[in-house]
Design a protein around this ligand. Structure first.
Ligand SMILES: [Zn+2]
Length: 324
């Protein structure tokens, strides 16, 4: 006859035998593929002032120490434009100083692959009087940034981790400055580029200027007082893409485009419109290294791109505070 003690022993033995069976089951299944992780660092605005080089180095260190995936903290860094403080209005010497600083911090503090979007402040000399440019310089306009980023054109695309990633050039010349739109050659390129992507491959677009945002609407009366003193409700083409309707037509034809990342506004924003997700991801420099901008802290976005086309995006701060 079994005693209570021997029953417990038998039970323990039974439980002890269980793990071998439990462990065997998952081995028969494929492990879920890890999502592709992009660290989206936008609006860095590196400059010799305000200890911004140390700030950027600490941001790179933070990306490389993201702890939730072991050593593979991120697969890729994408910088979202406005890499340097400004060269649209800067002369040759000041522009060189800023790009040299960018390259040095990247070489010293970053071991991950970096791909870069061109921002308006990365375009050299379009404001000719202030930049003392003529337009005939070999590195005029976007050529200097392209040289820094190691490519011929200010836009590109590539495949990674089951995704197709498109880096767009938002900066279109207008008067002495710019508005947000693609030029005709880039539209032609984008149409062909996406046509060559299998319909089952998810796509993400990265632009400097948001393709769509509600932020300019929310701030328009404060940002753009009318000349007669009354508020103006006109939106600035320098704040959002003026060719958004054409993007919407494109997205209707290409449902594998899943999300659009941007910067430029130095705010964190998520807009869902017409089936598309638009994510504006703050600024590494917050308020141009002087402090917060409209409540947005020094930070960057961790973007996880899953194989099924879903996108997880979270804005993380890296612990910097304004200096000087
Ligand atoms: Zn900026």
């Amino acid at each position: 006859m079994l005693t209570r003690r021997s029953l417990v022993k038998a039970g323990v033995a039974g439980v002890a035998a269980m793990p071998a069976v439990v462990r065997a089951a998952p081995a028969a299944e494929e492990p879920a593929p890890r999502p592709l992780r992009i660290a989206h660092l936008t609006d860095i605005h590196v400059q010799p002032e305000r200890e911004s080089a140390a700030g950027l180095a600490s941001c790179f260190a933070h990306v490389q120490s993201l702890a939730d995936r072991g050593a593979a903290a991120a697969d890729l860094i994408v910088t979202g434009g406005d890499t340097i403080m400004d060269c649209m209005e800067a002369d040759d010497a000041r522009t060189k100083t800023q790009w040299d600083l960018w390259r040095k911090v990247k070489a010293d503090a970053c071991s991950l692959e970096v791909r870069s979007v061109v921002g308006n402040h990365d375009v050299w000399g379009w404001t000719k009087a202030r930049a003392k440019t003529t337009g005939t310089e070999p590195l005029y306009g976007k050529k200097w940034a392209c040289e820094q980023f190691g490519r011929a054109l200010p836009y590109e695309s590539f495949d990674r981790g089951g995704w197709h990633i498109v880096l767009l050039d938002s900066v279109y010349p207008h008067a002495d400055g710019y508005i947000g739109r693609l030029d005709d050659a880039q539209w032609d390129w984008l149409d062909k580029d996406l046509a060559a992507v299998p319909a089952t491959t998810p796509v993400i677009l990265v632009s400097h200027i948001p393709i769509l945002s509600v932020h300019p609407l929310a701030s328009t009366t404060a940002a753009h007082p009318g000349t007669d003193g009354k508020p103006s409700f006109a939106l600035s083409g320098g704040l959002v893409h003026v060719d958004h309707p054409r993007f919407q037509e494109l997205f209707a034809r290409r449902p594998n485009v899943k999300a659009c990342l941007s910067g430029h506004l130095h705010v964190v924003e998520r807009v869902e419109f017409g089936g598309m997700t638009y994510l504006c991801n703050g600024a590494v420099s917050a308020g141009w290294w002087k402090g917060l901008h409209r409540g947005t802290d020094f930070g960057y976005a961790v973007v996880d791109l899953h194989r099924d086309g879903t996108v997880d995006c979270r804005y993380v701060t890296y612990g910097w505070t304004a200096k000087g």
